[in-house]
Design a binder for this molecule. Sequence first.
Ligand code: ADP
Ligand code: MG
Length: 257
Amino acid sequence: MTHSAEPMVRTENVHKSFGHVQVLRGIDVTVPRGNVCVVLGPSGSGKSTLLRCINHLEKIDSGRIWVDGNLIGYRQKGDKLYELHDKDVAAQRREIGMVFQRFNLFPHMCALENVVEAPTQVKGQTKAQAWRRGMELLSRVGLADKAGNYPSQLSGGQQQRVAIARALAMDPKLMLFDEPTSALDPELVGDVLDAMKDLARSGMTMVVVTHEIGFAREVGDQLIFMDGGVVVESGHPREVLTNPQHPRTRDFLSKVL
Ligand code: ADP
Ligand code: MG
């Protein structure tokens, strides 16, 4: 179901602990559809956990998350919430693409096979449809000529671009990126960022955890600075980056800029 008036992502007072450690302490975030939200913050501030909660990889302790107007993990009837069945959770997850720091491609499959695996298995596309679309996606990330290469025959940056194409093959409404370039050699970062910028310009809604300030400036619509499980400061990237209001934001930016 599409609720076009709703933002693509909305979180309301999201809390998440691991044991005694409170990792998310009341996160309120709204990402309008078509926007790029860049999440910055020191290590351990809860950035990955937030993405993982949006994508059902972690269950929140309290609060609500909506993606495209649909409550994540629950169905609401009146005032009551009912947990979704696994099948419905899987359906929600299919609409959200995620790209991790490590690319996790299947090593025994070539680039194209990696891209078409999920749509043929899960979406029931015919081989021909999936392969045609897979080639389109590989072209889009600049890898049409590498379709037959195995991951071991690709650079880290190329593998990451295959991972992006693989996520896009499921036609997600929303793409989540968790430090997609931080495991890459510096000279390989640019091509991955270019693929992400291209995706941003095509209108995809994206939440991107990254320290790539240039990316935030160029395509970010919103920047969120997290520390200690809370959103310390947020706003347009240009404003936050040039005129951070909070001392913790200033301190962090002085280290990464
Ligand atoms: P970030 O991505 O900002 O570096 P994370 O969301 O990965 O932060 O982690 C935030 C905190 O939660 C850290 O203290 C981390 O050790 C802890 N944490 C994350 N995942 C788990 C887990 N599965 N079990 C226990 N603690 C975790
Ligand atoms: Mg992280």
